[in-house]
Each structure stands twice: as structure tokens, then as C-alpha cells.
Design a protein around this ligand. Structure first.
Ligand code: PMM
Length: 304
């Protein structure tokens, strides 16, 4: 089941896995740094992603690539708020990618419906209060430390069980702070404090996270572990932009495994992939090999 409990209607009306398109308003993201750093360019990029089939746009003003330095608060505000306002005014479902409570609050006031916090609330003790007060959809990602230190925090006994248990603690903590469990989406945090080999078990055992009873978001797009997977004979990882077909393959597999949403830079490949997955899953559940292959399921989801 893709939507185990209520989220706003605009995020559940499609039965298939959603596609979240990335709008990085940063000069230095690993995958697309600098291309949409000016607000007008970022807005145009967001609108282009919508036209390509994105269901949600994730606007971020701080790079999380390994080793990245923090951006000052006012600079993060300056980068993301005009872009969020313009995209929300244009009718988009907008998510803000931030670890800061103040940015999350301002983004919700500017029209964001989702707060995507890669720290799962660990970077800013005021974040859960914003989530509880605003009632916004909250993506809590698995995280162990900021980009400058995360590569040193990658020791696991059993990566799947450890990530599942740490996410369960985040869910418990945000609910203890006053949020409703129905607001919360969980994310394994691929590539964050996880060397290449640790990302595959998390994907292969996505059911362990789906089993926590909340929607699951998967962010594999263009990440290092895909670059290494696709390396040529010299062992050098392929460049980020050459990882989009592999990203789409992960989107299809994650969707079949029950992911609620995939976060991607290249939308068309994953928009197709989640439709393939929907048809595949529908055919399995109905036993009718034709059903679900020609429509993507615009009827209302069982919103709980
Ligand atoms: N990955 C990046 C940034 N934000 N948010 C969520 N929820 N999950 C992710 O895996 C994730 C994220 C990596 O940075 P990028 O925007 O440069 O791809």
C-alpha cells in the first residue's frame, strides 16, 4: 500500500509513487551545482520539471554534498523563499529542503506543503515545534551529522536494522513534540553517512522501513554509489549526469517495493519508471494482466 495513513489530498490523489523533482538553488550541489542559482532560473527550472511530470518540487538552498560547509541562515532564506513563493503561486506542490526551523517556518508561510529535513530534526532542536504547530508534511531522513563530518559516522552493526531503529526514534520524538504521526514521511538517507556498499541493503530491504507504517521517500538520484556501480574498467565513477538511467531503474524498483515518493533530478525517466511500477503492481494485485497498464490511477486514493 502506498499511503498507509492520511496526507493532504494533493499528495495522495495519485495511487502511484510520486516523483519529487529537485530544485537546488545552490552554487555547489554535487549533481547540478550552480545551474539554477539565480531565483528566476530556479523558478523556470521548477516549472520545466512540472511540465516533465514532477508531482512535487523540492527547493533547497544548502548543499549537502560530502564536505560541504554550512550556509548562513539569512543566505538560505534569500535563496529559497522567492523561489518557493513563485512556484507555490504557480500551483506547484512545494517542499523545502532545509534542516533549519526558521527556514521551514518561513517556507510554510510562503506556500510550502512539505518540509524535507535531511537531519530528521537532529540539526535544529526547534524543528519539531514548527512541524507540530504548522501541521506540515514532514520528511524525516536518516542522518548522523552534517556534511563535513558524516563520512566519519558510517559504522553500522546491521545497516538496515540500525537505520530502521534510528528512524523509528525520530518518528517517536517528533510525535512526542506534538506532531501527528500522519504528518511524517521516513527516508533512509542514501549516501548520508553511508558508504557505497551500505546503500544497496537499504534499497533491497525497503520493506523494513515501509513496515514502520509511514510513507517512505527514496533519494537515490545521481548519488555516488550509482557512480561507482557504473564505473568503467579504470574504476572511476561515472559523472553525476550519467547516473540518470540507473536512477530511473532504482525508482521503478523502489516504487514496486512500496516507496511513496522518489526524489530525482531527471524527472522524465522516473516519471516513466513509476508508471511502469504502478502497472506492474496493479497487474499483480488484480491478477488481470491488462488492468492498470493504460491509466495511471487519477482516482482518489483511500486517504485513510
Ligand atoms: N538527498 C540530497 C538532498 N536532500 N532529501 C531527502 N529527503 N532524501 C535524500 O536522499 C536527499 C535529500 C542530496 O543532495 P542533492 O540535492 O544534491 O541530490
Amino acid at each position: 500500500m502506498l499511503h498507509p495513513a492520511p496526507l493532504p489530498e494533493r499528495l495522495t490523489r495519485l495511487r502511484r509513487t510520486l516523483v519529487m523533482g529537485v530544485v537546488n538553488v545552490t552554487p555547489d550541489s554535487f549533481s547540478d551545482g550552480g545551474r539554477w542559482f539565480e531565483p528566476d532560473d530556479a523558478v523556470a527550472h521548477g516549472l520545466a520539471l512540472l511540465a516533465e511530470g514532477a508531482d512535487v518540487l523540492d527547493v533547497g538552498g544548502e548543499s549537502t554534498r560530502p564536505g560541504a560547509r554550512r550556509v548562513p541562515l539569512d543566505e538560505e532564506h534569500r535563496r529559497v523563499l522567492p523561489v518557493i513563493r513563485a512556484l507555490a503561486d504557480a500551483g506547484a506542490v512545494v517542499s523545502v529542503d532545509t534542516t533549519r526551523a526558521e527556514v521551514a517556518q518561513a517556507a510554510v508561510e510562503a506556500g510550502a506543503l512539505v518540509v524535507n529535513d535531511v537531519s530528521g530534526g537532529l540539526a535544529d532542536p526547534a524543528m519539531y515545534d514548527v512541524v507540530a504547530r504548522t501541521g506540515v508534511v514532514y520528511v524525516a531522513m536518516h542522518w548522523r551529522g552534517h556534511a563535513d563530518v558524516m563520512d566519519d559516522l558510517a559504522a553500522y552493526d546491521d545497516v538496515v536494522a540500525d537505520v530502521r531503529d534510528e528512524l523509528a526514534s525520530r518518528l517517536e520524538a517528533v510525535v512526542a513534540a506534538g506532531a501527528r504521526p500522519e504528518q511524517v514521511v521516513l527516508d533512509p538517507g542514501l549516501g548520508f553517512a553511508k558508504p557505497g556498499r551500505d546503500n544497496w541493503p537499504l534499497l533491497a530491504h525497503l520493506d523494513a522501513l515501509v513496515g514502520l507504517g509511514r510513507p517512505v521517500l527514496v533519494g537515490a538520484s545521481r548519488k555516488r554509489f550509482l557512480g561507482h556501480l557504473l564505473a568503467g574498467p579504470d574504476g572511476a565513477p561515472v559523472a553525476p549526469a550519467a547516473r540518470d538511467r540507473a536512477t530511473a531503474a532504482v525508482s521503478a524498483l523502489a516504487a514496486v517495493a512500496g516507496a511513496w515518493c522518489v526524489r530525482v533530478h531527471d524527472v522524465p525517466g522516473s516519471a516513466d519508471a513509476v508508471r511502469v511500477a504502478h502497472a506492474w503492481t496493479a497487474a499483480r494485485s488484480t491478477g488481470d494482466h491488462l488492468q492498470g497498464t493504460t491509466q495511471e490511477g487519477h482516482e482518489s486514493a483511500p486517504a485513510g
